[in-house]
Design a protein around this ligand. Structure first.
Ligand code: NAI
Length: 331
């Protein structure tokens, strides 16, 4: 392609614009940043562009795909790893889909460990207390991670970095993966064992039909009393109402959530000063043993520059050759 590639960039935040402009400083791509998400209502904004660049909460369903293809858009470039928000089957033969399979597994795994440490050492409480010159230790009792059993669900790039971090803390690691890696230096067990034996469970598998609500009332019941759940993967792995119920019943000891199943309407936005319509999220946030971050695990300098680099080279590769190593295909 001799002309500049035109990209309609949806759900653009200041940090996205900074990293993409940095990588595109020679101006090879013409990027139009929209702060709105891509939906059936906003798809008209893609007219005249070669590519739409989208993130986790843009909705690329069948209607959006058909409309994009009709407008001559050739590619959906996800600037993230997960692609559960794109109907890949419906895209096949109409429009290409590429993603960024890895940008910094360290960013996400380190965030998961930050959440765990914050939770078990009550740092979120202590921080607020000492800001108010309250130096009391009452209610801040934690527990050692050393010697505890952590169950890791999904041993891909992020899961394996998280496992290494846990090993550094002297934890016993057990893991479940639909496709276990060979020669692992940790024990693979089935999901039932994960639920039964883990003091802490961390989720690093994709959201699929199979993993949807893998944490529900039934699985929670079979977990250890006091279990700590960490979700930095996708919200819908956990049935949020069942989680809330497990917390209310004091069965779940703590939950650290970087993702939430209904996050699309609230996460990434400043909703302070608004009435929180989502009662489940409001109740979860009100719990002393729940920490919520707003899908923040990926947000490091290193990750953002890697995302911009890979996304733009995916786009060039696909538009110039009709294929790309990071293409998302059916199956
Ligand atoms: P990956 O593709 O390297 O690893 C995923 C692992 O899950 C693979 O080993 C795969 O075999 C396994 N898996 C697939 N189906 C499974 C099932 N039914 N049960 C158990 N395991 C299964 O992906 P990566 O890079 O490690 O990312 C993991 C997830 O983290 C992504 O799917 C994404 O949803 C999430 N993520 C979240 C971010 C955040 O900011 N919170 C940022 C990046 C990724």
């Amino acid at each position: 392609m001799s002309e500049k590639i035109k990209i309609a960039f949806f759900d653009a935040k200041d940090y996205d614009i900074a990293s993409f402009d940095e990588v595109n400083k020679e101006g090879m791509y013409k990027i139009k940043y929209y702060d709105t998400k891509l939906t059936e209502d906003t798809v008209r904004l893609a007219k005249g562009y070669d590519v739409v660049c989208v993130f986790v909460n843009d909705s690329v369903n069948e209607k959006v795909i058909n409309s994009l293809a009709k407008k001559g858009v050739k590619l959906v470039a996800l600037r993230c790893a997960g692609f559960n928000n794109v109907d890949v089957e419906k895209a096949a033969g109409k429009i290409g889909v590429v993603r960024v399979p890895a940008y910094s597994p360290y960013a996400v795994a380190e965030h998961a460990m930050s959440l765990l440490l914050t939770s078990v050492r009550r740092i979120h409480k202590a921080y607020i207390r000492t800001k108010d010159f309250n130096f009391s230790l009452n209610g801040l009792m934690g527990f050692d991670l050393h010697g505890k059993t952590v169950g890791v669900v999904g041993t891909g790039k992020i899961g394996r970095v998280f496992i290494d971090i846990c090993k550094g803390f002297g934890m016993n690691v057990i893991a479940y993966d639909k496709f276990p890696v060979k020669d692992a230096d940790y024990e693979y067990v089935d999901l039932k064992e994960i639920w039964k034996r883990s003091d802490i469970i961390s989720f690093h598998c994709p959201l699929t039909e199979e993993t949807y609500h893998m944490v529900d009332a039934k699985s929670i019941k079979s977990m250890k009393k006091g279990v700590v759940l960490l979700n930095t993967s996708r919200g819908a792995l956990i049935d949020a109402e069942a989680l809330l119920d497990g917390i209310r019943k004091r069965h779940i000891g703590a939950a650290c959530l970087d993702v939430y199943e209904e996050e699309a309407d609230v996460f990434f936005e400043d909703r302070s000063g608004h009435i929180m319509e989502d009662d489940v999220l409001a109740r979860l946030i009100s719990m002393p043993n729940v920490i919520v971050t707003s899908h923040q695990a990926f947000l490091t300098n290193e990750a953002l520059i890697n995302i911009a680099n890979t996304t733009l080279s995916n786009i060039s590769e696909y538009l110039n050759t009709g294929k790309c190593d990071n293409e998302v295909t059916v199956g």
